[in-house]
Design a binder for this molecule. Structure first.
Ligand SMILES: [Zn+2]
Length: 206
């Protein structure tokens, strides 16, 4: 499977669609969910043909611990009538936070070829005090080779961001790909504005 599916749209178009989906659809439901004690993790699925958001969800881990934002979004996506539901391989997935091992596996099982995120694992740990993503990958999947030292083990990437199933990328990379300088500066401003909005969703336990 090619990770370059959906390349009929330029970086600016994809970025605009993602930022609009976050600001217009995701942040309002995140605000409601957070007010009721939910976590701020969310997902959006864009139809790769027209870049419209066909499913937007936040996590529902109070309902079930594995209803992460991405999985909940996939769940809602599959409640759409088949005639209104594009093929996953023709979609662009957005996750607010770099997907955990559970959600990465879900992308492989469902066939979404490209996943963009706003915050990295390290930022999720630093900003929200949640190191679960990193700890789960390290504890379950990181197997020490006979030749490994503690340093080489620590230096090894946690997973393959480019693999036969999908590509995982930061939307920051999309900003850098916008060729027009004025447009790129405007996207940078929106990128940081959206990130700053998530400051209001810091867990109360931190
Ligand atoms: Zn997850």
């Amino acid at each position: 499977m090619s990770a370059t599916t959906n390349n009929q749209h330029g970086a600016a178009d994809i970025l605009r669609a993602i930022l609009n989906a976050i600001q217009d659809r995701l942040i309002p439901i995140t605000r409601d969910s957070f007010a009721k004690g939910g976590d701020p993790f969310g997902g959006a699925i864009l139809d790769g043909a027209n870049l419209e958001a066909v499913a937007v969800s936040v996590n529902a881990s109070e309902e079930c611990p594995v209803y992460h934002g991405e999985l909940n979004c996939i769940r809602h996506f599959y409640t759409l009538p088949p005639e209104d539901r594009p093929e996953p391989k023709a979609c662009i997935f957005f996750a607010t936070h770099e997907p955990c091992a559970l959600c990465l596996s879900a992308f492989a099982w469902t066939g979404f070829p490209i996943i963009y995120h706003l915050f990295t694992y390290e930022e999720t740990d630093e900003l929200l005090g949640m190191s679960d993503d990193i700890e789960i990958v390290r504890e379950i999947f990181r197997v020490r080779a006979p030749s490994d030292t503690d340093d080489s083990l620590t230096a090894r990437p946690l997973y393959n961001k480019e693999n036969k199933f999908f590509s995982v990328r930061s939307i920051d990379g999309l900003v850098q790909q916008v060729s027009d300088e004025k447009e790129r500066e405007e996207f940078k401003r929106r990128f940081w504005e959206v990130r700053a909005t998530y400051d209001e969703f810091r867990p109360r336990r931190v």
